[in-house]
Ligand binder design. Structure first.
Ligand SMILES: Cc1cc2nc3c(=O)[nH]c(=O)nc-3n(C[C@H](O)[C@H](O)[C@H](O)COP(=O)(O)OP(=O)(O)OC[C@H]3O[C@@H](n4cnc5c(N)ncnc54)[C@H](O)[C@@H]3O)c2cc1C
Length: 267
């Protein structure tokens, strides 16, 4: 794979991944070409195009690769960095009028950068270096990283290890010399299928008995074994045109209401 340099090459980079994505109960063949999904992809593409048209605002030189990358992959080390990050987000809000989906991932590795440093200092572990290796890979290809924190949580009055179904929170199921195996469900992952990698993190405070749930790690979006259920918004079908409602087989009453609406609005 080549390094992503603009919106067009970003869109090409997420094609043909054969993701297991479901929307309205049907499997989506190619999310990139889906009328309802594409606007969100276009919004991320804008983050790359802004880095081309205004490199000072939306890009930085990577401290790991020495190459120009998106500011969304930057570790903030000064107040100036934070101000520029905010100005870039404001500009993208003005340009897209929607969510550009890269903020959760950016916040995730920024906080992990200091947390892993402090963990290693206290425990003699090497998590910080592992994170830097991962970020170097992200910088090399100028990838999009999604932040996957919110677990589906099941019974809200119970902790992760007390749930009847252990998959209500993502947790470790097996540890081998190669690494760990995880299982479970996450909810509300903004832009997850538009990302290249997902940073998985716990969603709430954990107790000693929740040890298997204390897992942070990155997985490629195209990993085998992940199923994505595309979330609904009240207005998302507008992009599909009025005939879509009929195709979906809405109830006769709703169809009748819709026809009345069309007649009144002279559609
Ligand atoms: C548009 C959108 C985008 C999002 N993007 C992301 C993303 O990219 N990545 C990500 O990780 N998450 C994302 N989220 C998820 C968001 O962070 C969560 O929705 C939020 O943390 C709340 O969690 P929840 O929906 O499970 O609500 P809940 O935890 O069920 O909370 C619902 C309400 O119940 C209360 N409550 C919960 N448990 C208890 C309890 N035991 N006792 C008393 N009160 C309780 C809460 O305070 C709250 O008022 C997104 C959400 C939205 C709406």
């Amino acid at each position: 794979m080549e390094k992503i340099v603009d919106g067009k090459s970003y869109i090409e980079s997420i094609r043909n991944r054969n993701l297991n994505v479901y929307l309205f109960g049907n499997k989506i063949k190619e999310p990139v070409d889906h009328d309802m999904i594409r606007p969100s992809i276009n919004a991320i593409a804008k983050t790359y195009d802004l880095a081309v048209s205004d490199p000072e605002l939306a890009s930085v030189i990577s401290p790991f690769t020495g190459e120009r990358i998106s500011r969304f992959l930057h570790i903030c080390t000064s107040s100036k960095d934070l101000v520029l990050q905010n100005k870039m987000q404001r500009k993208l809000g003005q340009l897209t009028g929607t969510c550009f989906q890269r903020c959760v991932g950016m916040d995730a590795f920024n906080s992990l950068y200091s947390v892993t440093f402090e963990m290693d200092e206290r425990n003699g572990t090497n998590y910080h270096q592992k994170l830097i290796s991962f970020l170097t890979l992200m910088h090399k290809y100028n990838f999009v990283l999604g932040g996957a924190m919110t677990d589906v949580k099941g019974d809200r009055s119970l902790g992760p290890s007390q749930q009847v179904d252990p998959d209500m929170f993502v947790h470790v199921t097996k540890r081998t010399s190669k690494g760990v195996y995880i299982s479970g469900a996450k909810a509300h992952q903004t832009g997850c299928i538009n990302s290249h990698w997902l940073m998985i993190m716990p969603t709430m405070r954990l107790l000693e008995e929740d040890k298997q749930y204390a897992i942070v790690g990155a997985v490629p979006v195209s990993s085998k074994g992940i199923t994505y259920i595309y979330g609904r918004q009240s207005c998302d079908t507008r992009s599909l045109g009025w005939f879509f409602w009929v195709l979906l087989g809405y109830s006769r009453i709703e169809q009748k209401r819709f026809r009345v609406y069309c007649a009144r609005s002279r559609i």
